[in-house]
Design a binder for this molecule. Structure first.
Ligand SMILES: [Zn+2]
Ligand SMILES: [Zn+2]
Length: 392
């Protein structure tokens, strides 16, 4: 959410009435979340935004206290002091990993939206037991050539992996476990904060047992009972054609391992675009500048121009003006969604000869006298033509 941009109404986002009950809110959210989930829409920025937006709305409307505050004070009430870190109303909204976690918490595993999306072979996240590992953000620079037709990349990532000594359990072989006294074996602690907006309950992982609910007598020496050690892996990431900087692809289970055998988080691969030597990207179109000589422009010529996948022949018609855009259809970037590709636009730049010999000067002088034509004035239509070429 950009600062200054009006936030959409939470009820409108979920498409429910203001008096919708908890069940209707949950159903509406579930439907939207499954539809826009990033794992189902890799690299789709607008789906990601919709997923985050819906999750934020759901987080507020499913909570009676927050919903009352929102009904009374709107968005301002939630971003106000005292709403606390769990209230998601802040100026920054919340980020993707918050949204993914919220979704997994209520719908992950054990049949439900998760299985619906991926078949019954889910990662088993969101179940009760040891908490999951954190997501890992990785940046990936891609060339325009790679973006144009899609690619597959192998990435070496450093992350926490399950301990090799104890296989992630965190305990030395034969060690006993006792229930954690701080959380009574539940693994969670509840903290109640009061503010002028009412009472908020924050549930967090127990700091003593880190969510496991039990304490190990003899912790593993290698991982000091955490069940994880630093490691690295190579992951393979499929990148669809047409991605842009800021898109991301999540690789399930490639993030940090969870403590004491807990499920791993995801690797979130953020796409970056390396600027190209000779091409400029405009959406899915590619702009290329082609210098030609004055005689080529006047008489016309056939030239070879590079594209993102190999060179092609281009006809420069006789009488081509400097600045003219010639279109190579379908030679741009493959559309991320739907079929087809953008175009390559070749902008012709007529090069004025310099360092003329006396013979050449004499010839041009003769031509000037013979032709005698004056260039027309550049009027509005010249610029309008330029602009319309870009719109395709
Ligand atoms: Zn260990
Ligand atoms: Zn505990």
């Amino acid at each position: 959410m950009k600062p200054g941009l009006a936030k959409r109404d939470y009820y409108e986002i979920l498409g429910v009435d203001r008096d919708a009950d908890a069940d209707q809110v949950k159903k509406a959210y579930r439907r939207l979340a499954v539809q826009h989930h990033p794992d189902k829409n890799p690299g789709d920025k607008s789906a990601e935004e919709k997923f985050k937006e819906a999750t934020e709305a759901y987080e507020i409307l499913k909570d009676d206290e927050k919903r009352r505050t929102y009904d009374q004070f709107g968005h301002a009430g939630l971003s106000g002091a005292g709403a606390g870190p769990g209230a998601y109303g802040g100026a920054n909204g919340f980020d993707l990993s918050d949204a993914l976690r919220a979704f997994m918490r209520d719908f992950g595993g054990g049949g439900g939206a998760f299985d619906e999306m991926f078949g019954a072979t889910g990662r088993g996240r969101g179940h009760a037991g040891p908490s999951g590992g954190a997501d890992l953000k990785v940046r990936l620079k891609l060339s325009l050539e790679e973006i144009a037709s899609g690619t597959e990349k192998k990435l070496r990532i450093k992350h926490l992996v399950h301990c090799t000594e104890c296989a992630g359990s965190g305990q030395t072989k034969g060690s006993k476990k006792t229930a954690c006294l701080q959380c009574g074996g539940v693994g969670e602690v509840r903290q109640v904060t009061r503010s002028i907006f009412g009472q908020f309950v924050n549930i967090s992982s127990c700091p003593r047992c880190h969510g496991a609910g039990e304490i190990v007598e003899k912790p593993c020496v290698q991982c000091r009972g955490d069940g994880r050690i630093e490691g690295s892996s190579t992951i393979s990431v499929k990148i669809p054609a047409g991605v842009s900087a800021g898109n991301y692809i999540s690789v399930s289970g490639a993030g940090h391992a969870g403590p004491r055998g807990g499920p791993s988080g995801d690797a979130i691969v953020l796409i970056e675009e390396t600027p190209h030597e000779s091409f400029e990207r405009h959406g899915d179109d590619i702009l290329y500048a082609l210098p030609i000589s004055f005689s080529q422009a006047a008489l016309g010529d056939s030239v070879i121009v590079p594209t993102l996948n190999g060179s092609v022949k281009l006809t420069v018609p006789a009488g081509t003006q400097s600045g003219k855009l010639l279109r190579l259809r379908g030679k741009g970037i493959t559309h991320l969604r739907g079929f087809g590709s953008g175009d390559q636009l070749v902008q012709v730049i007529v090069w004025t000869p310099t360092g003329l010999t006396s013979d050449e000067k004499a010839l041009l002088d003769k031509f000037g006298k013979l032709h005698g034509g004056q260039p027309p004035k550049a009027d509005r239509s010249f610029f309008e033509k330029l602009r319309s070429t870009f719109k395709g």
